[in-house]
Design a protein around this ligand. Structure first.
Ligand SMILES: Cc1cc2nc3c(=O)[nH]c(=O)nc-3n(C[C@H](O)[C@H](O)[C@H](O)COP(=O)(O)OP(=O)(O)OC[C@H]3O[C@@H](n4cnc5c(N)ncnc54)[C@H](O)[C@@H]3O)c2cc1C
Length: 470
């Protein structure tokens, strides 16, 4: 009875066509990206604008209905799907998809939360501007989801995470009020930073409905090189050298172990491997320059020349065309898919102080071999950001299912090692439902208590994405 009354009121608020209650219509919104988990929901509700979002939230407060906000549903920690109680609604933001304004002089773009990231990149490019946020899911993830997970991506080294790219937010609070914060200001010291509370909150404090984002002059040229190195420590030397020489022009610095590229070769044989022989590790470097191509290529050649001379790297290839550059990036971007094709594996999205990454890899690799002999480390990531995808595949010969059953033990070993080195068990993807319990082991009681106080203050009825984060 209560649910019927609630759903009727929602139909009046957003239109009956945008309140999905048929199981078949809801299905696409209930399973996570990696198809690991399927929840149930009372309904999927798709408002068209901020006022409709506010109206739905007010109804949820009145009828005590939990809300799971959802953008592109590409999240990797089960944050965007409901639990199995069937009590919650999924609030899809996808219809809030307007680019509200582009201000090339202020270097800002104002967008609604359901805009697909790639569409925003294109709108900025149409004004000769760059939105530097870029990730493999950009064709389907939304900016509301990017903000709510404080997504990283490939250009964090130069431009920062999504948080650093956001100047203002419009939010519907857990009470259904609208917080108007769409200011394009680079300086605004007027008390507590409410904007930053909602960024990275994974929908647990309110619903982001629009944002003002920073955009930048487009680089004239982007140059890519792939360097072969012996060890992660050598890769760090190369990072240091490249940063000293290139400063802010260095926009990408990605580490890949040889096993990563062996898997790519096995599962994507059409992608050419650019070296005559194999090396233990590789680094993908990218330079973005606002001057003409010779400036960047002289710099990159000098960095690689020095690195070869000092024996920091053993070999290198420089892309001389956009197609070659794409081909090098494709090697990096195909690792996750290659690992998935290889079979089940255990993923860790971790952050470490950059200075401790080499130590972390050697210590943790050794611990894993001691406790899980033969396991294969598929280690790659944004070395310049201190962010590793420290993934572990089963030994070739052993049964993958048995290995996956030991996931909790493997996670414990890896995360404890991360913690000993002052790192974080979630660099990019957030906590969602997947790491909500795990984080209790690694955050101090003071941090957990403060997080709970914030949640209680902003969402006292615990209706905003309950069961996620905290
Ligand atoms: C192939 C692939 C590559 C990826 N690469 C990266 C990467 O390089 N870096 C990275 O950081 N992540 C990466 N991800 C993870 C994912 O793409 C990001 O987390 C992305 O930011 C999620 O956006 P989304 O719109 O799909 O959000 P969803 O998955 O729909 O939601 C994510 C979280 O945000 C909440 N949420 C969504 N919209 C709103 C809103 N408007 N208001 C409040 N809460 C909201 C949800 O409740 C959920 O908790 C990748 C994922 C895939 C599948």
């Amino acid at each position: 009875m209560k649910n019927t009354e609630f759903l009727d009121a929602c139909r009046s608020a957003v239109g009956a066509a945008h309140v999905l209650t048929d199981e078949a219509d809801k299905a696409a919104y209930l399973t996570d990206q990696r198809q690991r988990y399927t929840g149930t929901a009372l309904a999927v509700i798709k408002p068209a604008d901020t006022a409709e979002v506010a109206a739905v939230v007010k109804l949820c407060v009145e009828f005590q209905i939990p809300i799971v906000p959802q953008g592109g549903n590409t999240g990797l920690v089960l944050g965007s799907v409901p639990d199995q109680s069937g009590q919650a609604i999924v609030l899809s933001l996808k219809r809030l998809n307007k680019i509200r304004a582009v201000d090339p002089l202020n270097h800002t773009i104002t967008v609604e939360a359901g805009c697909v990231l790639q569409h925003i990149q294109e709108a900025a490019a149409a004004e000769q501007r760059l939105l530097p946020l870029s990730l493999a899911a950009e064709g389907s993830c939304t900016i509301g989801g990017n903000l709510s997970t404080n997504a990283g991506g490939t250009a964090v080294l130069r431009y920062g995470n999504t948080r650093e790219l956001c100047l203002g937010l419009e939010v519907v609070t857990a009470q259904g009020e609208i917080l108007h914060g769409l200011r394009g200001l680079r300086k605004d010291n007027t008390g507590y930073d409410l904007r930053d509370l909602f960024i990275g909150a994974e929908g647990t404090l309110g619903i982001i409905t629009a944002a003002v984002l920073k955009i930048f002059p487009q680089p004239k040229v982007q140059l890519t090189a792939l360097a072969a190195v012996q060890t992660p420590a050598a890769a760090l030397h190369l990072l240091n050298l490249a940063q000293d020489r290139c400063g802010a022009l260095l926009t990408g610095f990605e580490l890949m172990s040889d096993l990563c590229l062996q898997l790519v070769a096995r599962h994507f044989p059409q992608l050419p491997f650019p070296f005559a022989e194999r090396h233990p590790h590789y680094v993908l470097l990218e330079l973005s320059d606002s001057e003409a191509a010779p400036h960047a290529s002289t710099l990159l050649e000098a960095v690689i020349g020095d690195a070869l001379e000092q024996n920091i790297c053993q070999d290198a290839v420089l892309a001389t065309s956009t197609a070659q550059s794409r081909a090098l990036w494709q090697l990096r971007e195909s690792i996750s898919s290659a690992q998935a094709k290889e079979g089940k594996n255990i993923k860790h999205d971790i952050a470490l102080p950059i200075s401790r990454i080499a130590e972390f890899i050697s210590v943790t690799d050794a611990l894993l071999q001691e406790h899980f002999p033969g396991c294969r480390n598929v280690t790659f990531g944004h070395l310049g950001d201190g962010n590793l995808h420290y993934n572990v595949s089963p030994p070739v010969a052993s049964c993958a299912e048995q290995f996956i059953e030991r996931q909790a033990d493997i996670n414990r070993l890896v995360h404890d090692s991360v913690d000993r080195m002052n790192g974080s068990i979630s660099a990019e993807h957030g906590l969602g439902a997947l790491k909500r319990e795990e984080i209790l082991r690694y955050k101090s009681p003071v941090e957990i208590a403060l997080m709970k106080s914030i949640k209680q203050a902003l969402d006292p009825l615990n209706l905003m994405n309950p069961g996620k984060v905290i």
